[in-house]
Design a protein around this ligand. Structure first.
Ligand code: ATP
Ligand code: MG
Length: 399
């Protein structure tokens, strides 16, 4: 083995080379490996204590990796998106006629799972998935799609790019095209018409077009469309431009979209609260903290506290709990409490790959008042205390 090669086989829980989902090969690799992470075991406290310092460090690293890779969980909101996406894709795939396929618009606030939910949604549908980030202009969007397939896209006009996209989609048998962060596409002034024409063209390529974005109803995207109360769909009339690079300009028909919202959790109805608590219970099963009592996240004031800290946004919750677990291990507290979480400040300013100007960084509820905090004082490490029979936490039981 070369000296520079990391001993990945010894530490399989560490991430391998970064997976780039914006290429067809990367997407396929992600699809095949996304369930392969093996979470840390749950040794009894006594067994953990018997480990050598090095072994204990490795176990702690495995625990940290477990907390950094909390699994995607179905929520009522993600299930609704998955259901509509799956039935739309299924119906479109059964169509023989070369008519345009109805598309799907997935709208929501930042950090709410807009990317992950559809990426994981159509497990049974006859589709080759595709995701790419819509950037700035229609030309760049086409280039991103062609880049996804590794197809040539140098020095082409928009019309040529669109034809190349059509060939690539056809050659790869792509049935679903996920265009993420569509609200970054400049939908204003002269670029408007190009962006809408591009979307219209993609819809006549026999794929189910899924457009994902922050606050789609308030973006320019629906401006040209009208809501059809009969079908609940948004209808985009044919392009008004006489000279369009759209191949099918002559036979253009309306393009239709279902609009579905991916909302955060709510805490104002019994069902909403129950769904939130069920989500917390699901996460709790995956935490590896030695002093975690059952119900650590679901009992007492914790559900309401967590809701207040995150506004019910899954991504913020994941972030708060991951950071909380890191703190709980480092300090030796080995459990999450409101007091500990009060000391964690959520800061999304440093999350890569999110565009704050496109609304992708949600407003983070202000941190709890300073007066409530313990002033950052670290509590004593109690993992190695003798707790007798009662002290042995549930999470430290044998797997
Ligand atoms: N249902 C879920 N269960 C568990 N974790 C989730 C769920 N949905 C999303 N997450 C996590 O929340 C984080 C944010 O999700 P995602 O990136 O999909 O949000 P987004 O709405 O696309 O954000 P942005 O607007 O910035 O693009 C991710 O780390 C993701 O793993
Ligand atoms: Mg996203």
């Amino acid at each position: 083995m070369a000296l520079t090669e990391p001993p990945v086989s010894l530490l399989p829980f560490l991430p391998g080379p970064a997976i780039d989902r914006e290429t067809a090969a990367g997407w396929e690799r992600w699809r095949l490996t996304r369930h392969s992470f093996v979470p840390a075991p749950r040794p009894a406290v006594a067994d953990y204590q018997r480990l050598s310092p090095r072994e204990r460090k490795l176990h702690d690293l495995h625990r940290a990796a477990t907390h950094a890779n909390l699994p995607f969980q179905e929520t009522p909101m993600s299930a609704a998106v998955a259901q509509i996406m799956s039935s739309r894709i299924h119906n479109n795939a059964l169509k023989h006629k070369p008519t345009t396929r109805a598309g799907l618009l997935i709208s929501g606030g930042g950090y709410q799972g807009k990317t992950e939910t559809p990426a994981r949604s159509p497990p049974r549908s006859p589709t080759s998935g595709l995701s790419c980030t819509a950037t700035a202009t229609p030309k760049m969007t086409c280039e991103a799609i062609l880049g996804f397939y590794g197809a040539d896209h140098k020095n082409m006009t928009l019309g040529q790019l669109i034809r190349a996209v059509r060939s690539s989609l056809y050659d790869h048998g792509t049935r679903v095209l996920l265009l993420d962060d569509i609200t970054r596409l400049k939908l204003h002034r002269e670029a408007d018409q190009d962006a809408l024409d591009l979307i219209r063209s993609l819809m006549s390529m026999n794929v189910t077009l899924v457009l994902i974005g922050v606050g789609i109803p308030a973006s320019g995207l629906l401006r040209e469309g009208r809501h059809d109360p009969r079908t609940g769909q948004w209808v985009f009339p044919p392009s008004k431009r006489g000279k369009s690079w759209n191949d099918e300009a002559a036979t253009q028909t309306e393009r239709r979209f279902d609009l579905v919202n991916l909302d955060p959790f709510r805490y104002d109805t019994p069902d909403g609260i129950a769904a939130w608590v069920a989500h917390l219970a699901g996460i709790e099963q995956h935490l590896r903290l030695f002093q975690a009592a059952p119900g650590m996240l679901t009992k007492g004031g914790m559900p309401e506290y967590l809701f207040r800290r995150t506004s019910g946004i899954v991504g913020l919750l994941e972030r708060l709990l991951e950071d909380g677990c890191t703190r709980a291990i480092a300090s030796g507290e080995e459990r999450l409490t409101i007091e500990l979480l009060d000391r964690i400040e959520l800061n999304l300013g440093n999350v890569p790959g999110r565009d704050p100007t496109a609304g992708e960084v949600p407003p983070v509820p202000p941190p709890p008042a300073k007066a409530n905090r313990t002033g950052g004082k670290r509590p004593r490490n109690t993992v190695f205390d003798d707790h007798g029979d009662h002290g042995l936490p549930a999470a430290a039981a044998d797997p």
